[in-house]
Write a protein that binds this ligand. Structure first.
Ligand code: SF4
Length: 381
């Protein structure tokens, strides 16, 4: 499946990455059966590639209501989903009076306060486990969210401050300054919060900067041991964004970055590539990444679209299983906390949440069989 051009260019790197994956993870490829909840698409910042962010006039309401969240979560439950992925724009109340008014009417001072109450409701009312991507956070916010999330997500995206210069994709997004992201990731480490991070590749950074960003993530993990997963996500140029004409990273360059991630971060790290963004889903271009050392496909949903990349459908689960089994891997559903982190006793999970996860997981720490496919049949995944 590996294209000849890539195999010719980086054979030693790819081979090493694959062997490290096999050494640390065996032949298991995991994914997280999830529902994607865009709690608010308002955002204080403006990134040059983003279609998730919407102005208030385009939204029926500034935030999803608790009832709307529950309706989607319950649909996911019926299909065997275990993750409630909550995705939010950055602190919309700092920019939009509509957001401030809505929060105030519900009795909240901030988006993060509202998020915490939604996570608490999901834990109380459903069998899903919250994993929030809430942007940059200060220690007191991290402290409150760790009580109601099994892990948090914050992409480093890039280590290059150049991207914040005039004309760059992050010129109008102060939360995307690498130091702001590193500060949040470090603060999460000090609190022992399991965190998913990663790179958004192809937004104007150089190959050397991609390597540097991976090294920074590696240093953070060495210091705190809290990085549970690193995503290599490729930028996709979207209509109606300032970067609609920008070149996307080539597949060989993306493969090189994925393999470097495995080599730099080692055999034990979980390395994810989203299959709906990697080459054509129809032609299963994502399978090339098996040869670059990945061991995870991230979240896949039978209920909700990828609201960050709405044009990119998830692969069909039964097809994905056949494809990876055809390459001598086992496909396993996981929780939004990886098995090795469920086993760890020193992370930030409250006892009740840890007990619940331990009771829900099988002996290997994954979502127990039986297979999900019968529950997903006929769903638009
Ligand atoms: S990528 Fe995130 S921070 Fe940037 S504009 Fe979109 S929602 Fe806001």
């Amino acid at each position: 499946m590996m294209s000849q051009a890539v195999a010719d260019r980086y054979p030693a790197l790819l081979d090493r990455a694959s062997r490290l994956r096999d050494q640390g993870k065996g032949r298991i490829l995991s994914f997280s059966p999830k529902v994607f909840l865009p709690l608010t698409q308002l955002c204080r910042d403006v990134c040059g590639y983003c279609v998730f962010r919407q102005p208030p006039g385009r939204l029926r309401s500034p935030y999803m209501s608790p009832e709307e969240v529950l309706a989607v979560a319950r649909e996911g439950e019926k299909r065997g989903c275990r993750e409630a992925l909550l995705v939010l724009g950055e602190r919309p109340e700092q920019r939009y009076p509509e957001a401030r008014r809505w929060l105030s009417r519900q009795g909240f001072d901030s988006t993060i306060e509202y998020l915490e109450s939604i996570c608490r409701m999901l834990l109380r009312e459903t069998s899903l486990y919250p994993h929030s991507n809430a942007g940059t956070l200060v220690p007191s916010e991290l402290d409150s969210l760790k009580e109601v999330n099994v892990s948090l997500g914050l992409m480093l995206e890039s280590s290059s401050p150049r991207l914040c210069d005039p004309g760059g994709p992050h010129e109008h997004a102060p939360s995307k300054h690498p130091q702001a992201r590193l500060d949040t990731l470090s603060a999460a480490g000090k609190l022992n919060i399991p965190v998913t991070t990663g790179l958004l590749v192809g937004i104007g950074e150089t190959a050397r900067e991609r390597t540097e960003a991976l090294q920074l993530i590696g240093e953070l993990h060495q210091r705190y041991g809290h990085i549970q997963e690193v995503i290599i996500q490729n930028f996709r140029a979207k209509k109606a964004t300032p970067m609609r004409w920008a070149n996307e990273l080539s597949t060989p360059e993306t493969l090189q970055t994925v393999a470097e991630a495995r080599v730099i971060l080692g055999p034990e790290m979980n390395i994810q590539v989203p299959p709906n963004l990697s080459g054509s889903t129809r032609e299963a271009g994502y399978l090339e990444f098996l040869g670059a050392g990945i061991n995870d496909w991230g979240g896949i949903s039978p209920v909700t679209i990828d609201h960050v990349n709405p044009e990119a459908p998830w692969p069909h689960l039964a097809q994905l299983r056949r494809q990876v089994e055809g390459r001598d891997f086992r496909l396993r559903a996981r929780f939004p906390l990886y098995p090795e982190f469920i086993r760890r006793k020193d992370n930030s999970l409250p006892a009740a949440l840890r007990n619940r996860l331990e009771a829900d997981a099988d002996a290997e720490g994954f979502v127990p069989q039986p297979e999900l496919e019968p529950l997903w049949e006929g769903r638009p995944c």
